[in-house]
Write a protein that binds this ligand. Structure first.
Ligand SMILES: NC(=O)C1=CN([C@@H]2O[C@H](COP(=O)(O)OP(=O)(O)OC[C@H]3O[C@@H](n4cnc5c(N)ncnc54)[C@H](O)[C@@H]3O)[C@@H](O)[C@H]2O)C=CC1
Ligand SMILES: O=C(CO)COP(=O)(O)O
Length: 423
C-alpha cells in the first residue's frame, strides 16, 4: 500500500521525432523507463512522421516474398523493432511504440522529448497546442535556433512559450550512430524551470487549453528577462503531487545510461546555442578539409568558430549564458570537436568541395532522408546578424553562408578571417 504523500502516478514519456537521433534517444529513454518503474510508465510513445519505406535488401528484415512493396514506417518499427530507414541495424527496445499521430502519442504524457530536424518543429508544435497535459515538461534535443525578422529564440523557449509548458534542452558531443551502438559518450542537459505561480496551479487531468496566461510581471519574472527585453509569459503549472517530482534527479535517471553519461546544468541558452551554432562551424571545417588543407586549417576555423559561438551567446542572450558552458561542457567544445570530425554537416561539406557540387546536392544524394541543420542555421543566423548590421563581426559565420551561396569560395577563408583579426 502506498504511504501517505508518496507518488501514485508515473510519468508517461513521449518522444516527438524518430530520425537518426530521435530513434537513438527513444532507445535510451525506453531502456530507462523499463529499469525505473517507480518513476516512469514502461511504454514509450514515439511519434513517427509516416512514410512508405522499403525494407532494404541487405536488412535482416527483408522479406523476399513481399518483394519491392513499401510498408508504413510505423508498422515496420512496431513489427521488427528497428527503424530500418533512419537507424538501421540497431535493435530498439520492444517498449517503444511508433505512432503516426503526434496528438495521440503525446496524450497524457507528462514528459515530452522533442527530437526532430528544426525545420519541422513549427507544424508539429501547432498540432500539440491545447492537446497536452498543462503541467507537462519538455526537453528539446533540437540543434538549431528559431529566427524571425525581428528576433531570435531557442527552440526550448519557443516550444515552451507556444505550448504553455517549461522546456529544457539536451545537447552534447553525440553522434547518434555511435551512441546507438552503445559506445560511451557524455551529454549535457539544462533544466531550470522558473518559479511556480500558485495562482495558476492546475489539478490533475488534461485542460482544454494549455495556452499562455498573461499575469502581472513580478520581480521573479524579471529574472527571466533577457538582454533583448523578452520575458517569458508562461506561468508554469504545478505538477500534481501524485507524480514523482520533475527535477534534475528524475531527468538524469531518464537519460543516463552506462554508455551515455549525463551532466545536469541550468544554462539552457548556452546548451541550446552550442548545439545550434557548432553546425555552422562544422560546415567550415568540412570546407577546408575538402580543400585538402589538413588539420591545422581545421583547428583554425574551430578556434574562430568557438569564439563566435561565445560572442553570439553573450551578445544576444546576455547574462543567462555562461562562457563555461561552451568551454567546459559536452554541449560546447566537445560537440564542436566531434561534429568537425565525423558529423554529417562536416562530411557533406567536405564531399561538396571534393566533388565540386553544392552541399544541398550532397545532402539529398548521401543522407537517405536525414537532414542537415547547418545550412539552414547559417542562413537564419546570417539574416538575424544582417538585420543588425553585424555580419562583419562574425566573419566565420558570414563566410560559411557566402560560400554556400557562391559569393565566396573556400580559398577566401584565410583572408576573410585575417581581416577580422586586424579590426
Ligand atoms: N543525428 C545525429 O547524430 C544528431 C542529431 N542531433 C539533432 O537532433 C535533431 C533531430 O535529428 P535526427 O533525429 O538526426 O533527424 P534526421 O536527420 O534523421 O531527419 C530525418 C527525420 O525527419 C523526419 N521528417 C522528414 N520530413 C518531415 C516532415 N515534413 N515533417 C516532419 N518530420 C519530417 C523524418 O521522418 C525523420 O524522422 C536535429 O536538430 C539534429 O541536429 C543531435 C545530436 C546528434
Ligand atoms: O550534433 C551532432 C553530434 O553531436 C551531429 O552533427 P551532424 O548533424 O552534423 O551529424
Amino acid at each position: 500500500m502506498a504511504t501517505l504523500g508518496a507518488p501514485t502516478k508515473k510519468h508517461k514519456v513521449t518522444i516527438i521525432g524518430s530520425g537518426n537521433w530521435g530513434s537513438t534517444i527513444a532507445k535510451i529513454v525506453a531502456e530507462n523507463t523499463k529499469e525505473h518503474p517507480e518513476l516512469f510508465q514502461e511504454e514509450v510513445q514515439m511519434w513517427v512522421y509516416e512514410e512508405d519505406v522499403m525494407v532494404p535488401k541487405d536488412s535482416k528484415h527483408y522479406d523476399s516474398s513481399k518483394g519491392e512493396s513499401p510498408q508504413k514506417l510505423t508498422s515496420i518499427i512496431n513489427t521488427y523493432h528497428e527503424n530500418v530507414k533512419y537507424l538501421p541495424n540497431i535493435a530498439l527496445p520492444k517498449n517503444i511504440v511508433a505512432n503516426p499521430s503526434v496528438v495521440d502519442a503525446a496524450k497524457g504524457s507528462s514528459i515530452l522529448v522533442f527530437n526532430l530536424p528544426h525545420q519541422f518543429i513549427g507544424r508539429i508544435s501547432k498540432q500539440l497546442e491545447g492537446n497536452i497535459l498543462p503541467y507537462a515538461r519538455g526537453i528539446s534535443c533540437i540543434k538549431g535556433v528559431n529566427v524571425t525578422e525581428s528576433e531570435i529564440s531557442l527552440f526550448s523557449e519557443w516550444i515552451g512559450e507556444g505550448l504553455g509548458i517549461y522546456c529544457g534542452a539536451l545537447s552534447g558531443a553525440n553522434i547518434a550512430n555511435e551512441i546507438a551502438q552503445e559506445k560511451w559518450c557524455e551529454t549535457t542537459i539544462a533544466y531550470d524551470p522558473p518559479p511556480i505561480d500558485s495562482r495558476v496551479a492546475t489539478p490533475t487531468g488534461p485542460s482544454p487549453s494549455a495556452s499562455r496566461v498573461n499575469l502581472t510581471i513580478t520581480p521573479a519574472d524579471e529574472e527571466h528577462r533577457d538582454v533583448l527585453g523578452r520575458i517569458s509569459k508562461t506561468k508554469l503549472k504545478a505538477l500534481p503531487s501524485e507524480y514523482p517530482p520533475l527535477d534534475h534527479a528524475t531527468f538524469k535517471t531518464l537519460f543516463y545510461r552506462p554508455y551515455f553519461h549525463v551532466r545536469m546544468v541550468s544554462d539552457v541558452a548556452g546548451v541550446s546555442l552550442g548545439g545550434a551554432l557548432k553546425n555552422i562551424v562544422a560546415l567550415a571545417a568540412g570546407f577546408v578539409d575538402g580543400r585538402g588543407w589538413g588539420d591545422n586549417a581545421k583547428a583554425a576555423v574551430m578556434r574562430v568558430g568557438l569564439l563566435e559561438m561565445v560572442k553570439f551567446g553573450k551578445e544576444f542572450f546576455g547574462q543567462t549564458v555562461h562562457t563555461g558552458t561552451f568551454t567546459e561542457e559536452s554541449c560546447g567544445v566537445a560537440d564542436l570537436i566531434t561534429s568537425c570530425s565525423g558529423g554529417r554537416n562536416f562530411r557533406c561539406a567536405k564531399m561538396a568541395v571534393e566533388r565540386g557540387v553544392s552541399v544541398d546536392e550532397v545532402e539529398a544524394k548521401e543522407l537517405n532522408g536525414q537532414k542537415l541543420q547547418g545550412t539552414s542555421t547559417a542562413k537564419e543566423v546570417n539574416s538575424f546578424l544582417k538585420a543588425r548590421g553585424l555580419e562583419a563581426e562574425y566573419p566565420l559565420f558570414t563566410a560559411v553562408l557566402d560560400i554556400l551561396e557562391g559569393r565566396n569560395t573556400v580559398d577566401d577563408i584565410p583572408a576573410l578571417l585575417a581581416r577580422a583579426d586586424d579590426d
